[in-house]
Write a protein that binds this ligand. Structure first.
Ligand code: MV4
Length: 455
């Protein structure tokens, strides 16, 4: 095992990784920006070093500074968390060039999965179901031919994309040229890569993803699925749960089997997530994320596995200590993301001082956070303040425990998503587990219209 690990992140995930290090008897080194100097992730670590000013490119993305800090402080490995440098193949490569273990998959695998069109091609060749569509499109004219073959409606996607940037749905041939132009322009502006590919547009799909772990000895295990269909119009997830409600045993098995097969075919190591869309009883591979995800705690709650500790053990060259049949899910878990943002203003992020922070607790409740009363929320970073995770023997108990924990939680100083999370959990669609990716946008449009009508 390592003796010292640098945590190349901030916020709740830096706190989470630092805890995993401590539990493994590994010393942790925090990095922080000047804006984060009083943050909890700094106080929790054994050592902490400032790597630059608040703006992300000058601190948490400053590769030279971070690698130098890891080397100067005597670290053997770097945990990237999620976001920032977590899926930067060049960063992983530079770490390894300097004798540092990057806690994640191999740089070539990160790079391949980062290109959505390449990832899809690899998965298709591995026998994983993919959404009917085209390869990379060379021109608007190629797009027209592809759409004719696929059949309208179609969806243009950016190969460098993810998160919906550079994505356009097209209902009719006469709309294609304009959609192609605006999608490629947006992709070019966002990623400096305007390449697009096309897919059949799925109607009201659900977003279901599978957690995997692979060690350095070609062992790959899955830890079931999560439903992450509750997303804001901006494609940001708000509520996730495990297992996915309303999924047949046949589809569930197909998802798990495809995820493991996909990982074996690319030589996947460490923790990863395969995203699928589920529509009309069909499951299709969409993207693979080569990092630990925000919503990993719902899987931990149901499987009784510490995924971050597993990441560190795998990177240190240890074998997975159990087989697939040893992993048995138990009960149900739900996560609510508590963000510092104003739901009445398009979820605009808010910065400020938190005059009061108190989280609900009780049986089955876990809170992952980096804030407490008096904490400062800087303006430069992701708005996630805390994740509340509720576990129950069944879905109904998990929902009831979550609602109670949300009611008990008090955050003053900024607007938050606490109220929206409660509202969603109270809807019949959520309670019945019958929701798709359009659920939250429809709900928000409905409440906005209602408020307008009431003046
Ligand atoms: C789709 C789709 C429907 N059909 N692909 C959105 C983000 C990007 N990573 C993929 N996305 C989608 N791809 C086909 N062929 C619908 C979406 C989509 C979506 C997917 C998952 C979660 C939320 C979503 C919200 C809107 C659209």
């Amino acid at each position: 095992m390592f003796t010292k690990v640098l945590v190349a992140n901030r916020g709740e995930i830096a706190v989470r990784v630092t805890r995993a290090c401590r539990e493994l008897g590994v010393r942790s080194v925090a990095i922080y920006s000047q804006a984060d100097k009083d943050s909890l992730h700094v106080r929790d670590a054994d050592e902490a070093y400032c790597v630059g000013p608040g703006p992300v490119p000058r601190s948490y993305l400053d590769i030279a500074n971070i690698v130098s800090t890891a080397l100067a402080s005597g670290c053997e490995a770097v945990h990237p968390g999620y976001g920032f440098l977590a899926e930067n193949a060049r960063f992983a490569e530079i770490c390894s060039d300097h004798g540092l273990v990057f806690i994640g998959p191999k740089p070539a695998v990160i790079a391949a999965m980062g290109d959505k069109a390449i990832a899809k091609r690899i998965m298709k060749e591995a026998g994983v179901a993919t959404i009917p569509g085209s390869d990379i499109l060379e021109s608007a004219r190629a797009a027209r031919d592809a759409a004719k073959k696929i059949g309208y409606p179609v969806l243009l996607k950016a190969t460098a994309g993810g998160g919906g940037k550079g994505m356009r749905s097209v209902e009719r041939p006469e709309d294609l040229e304009r959609a192609y132009a605006s999608a490629t322009a947006e992709a070019e502006a966002s990623f400096k890569d305007g390449r697009l590919y096309m897919e059949k547009l799925l109607v009201r799909p659900r977003h279901v993803e599978v957690q995997v772990l692979g060690d350095e000895f070609s062992n790959v295990l899955h830890l079931g699925e999560r439903d992450c269909s509750v997303q804001k119009p901006s494609h940001q997830k708000l509520i996730e749960e495990a297992p996915a409600p309303d999924l047949g045993q046949k589809q569930r098995r197909a998802l798990h089997e495809m995820a493991v097969r996909a990982c074996k075919s690319v030589g996947y190591t460490n923790a990863g997530t395969l995203e699928f869309l589920v529509s009309d009883d069909h499951v299709y591979f969409m993207e693979m994320n080569t990092r630990i995800q925000v919503e990993h705690p719902v899987t931990e709650a149901v499987y009784g596995v510490d995924l971050v500790k597993e990441q560190i053990r795998i990177a240190a060259g240890e074998r997975l200590g159990y087989a697939q049949e040893d992993l048995r899910p138990r009960g149900h878990a739900i996560e609510c993301r508590i963000n510092a943002e104003n739901p009445r203003n398009n979820f605009a992020p808010e910065a400020g001082t938190l005059s009061r922070v108190a989280f609900g607790d009780g049986a089955g409740i876990r809170v992952d956070t980096y804030v407490a009363s008096g904490s400062l929320v800087p303006p430069y970073y992701d708005s996630l303040l805390a994740k509340i995770i509720a576990w129950g023997e069944d879905r109904e108990q998990a929902i009831a425990r979550m609602l109670q924990a949300l009611r008990e939680t008090k955050i003053e100083g900024v607007h938050t998503t606490l109220g929206e999370c409660s509202d969603i959990l109270e809807t019949p669609e959520f309670r019945e587990g019958r929701y798709d990716i359009g659920f939250l946008p429809r709900l928000l449009a409905g409440t906005a219209a209602l408020r307008q009508a009431q003046g």
